[in-house]
Design a protein around this ligand. Structure first.
Ligand SMILES: [Zn+2]
Length: 89
């Protein structure tokens, strides 16, 4: 889903206090995507309907592809996911 990219940039400017060079390649050329991505809790088998989700915003190094993930809830760019019990059915 789309997120407010300017809000992500502002959050990073406020919180990113160490040098902003990539820890892998040393370049300083990041791509901040304007979408939230999700990771699901791993259960070791087929995907389960009721599982916890974590939403992320990704920041990728344009030179080597190293990617940093920031919790999109902490950045306040997405709503906290509804609990599985809230699903219909
Ligand atoms: Zn890099």
């Amino acid at each position: 889903m789309e997120v407010d990219r300017e809000k992500v940039v502002a959050w990073l400017k406020e919180k990113w206090k160490v040098p902003t060079v990539c820890p892998v390649c040393g370049h300083n050329n990041w791509n901040i995507l304007a979408q939230a991505w999700e990771a699901r809790e791993y259960h070791g088998g087929p995907m389960m309907a009721r599982t916890k989700l974590l939403p992320f915003v990704s920041v990728m190094c344009n030179f080597c592809g190293h990617t940093l993930l920031f919790n999109a809830i902490a950045l306040d760019v997405v709503e906290r996911p509804q609990e599985a019990e809230d699903e219909d059915g």
